[in-house]
Design a protein around this ligand. Structure first.
Ligand SMILES: [Zn+2]
Length: 53
């Protein structure tokens, strides 16, 4: 098993989870921080990175 750090970073870095309904959304990091992304499930704009461990 060979792991690709770049692939994993790309896989997790652009994916965010809604804090309210925990819906996964793929978007750019800067766009998320700017608050321009609105969750389709609950309509809030609070997100956290998907990797929590
Ligand atoms: Zn939501």
């Amino acid at each position: 098993m060979v792991r690709f750090p770049e692939a994993e970073a790309r896989r997790f870095r652009n994916v965010f989870v809604c804090r309210r309904c925990k819906k996964k959304i793929r978007s750019n990091n800067l766009v998320i921080l700017a608050g321009k992304i609105i969750c389709k499930g609950c309509g809030c704009n609070k997100f956290r990175p998907v990797r929590k461990k």
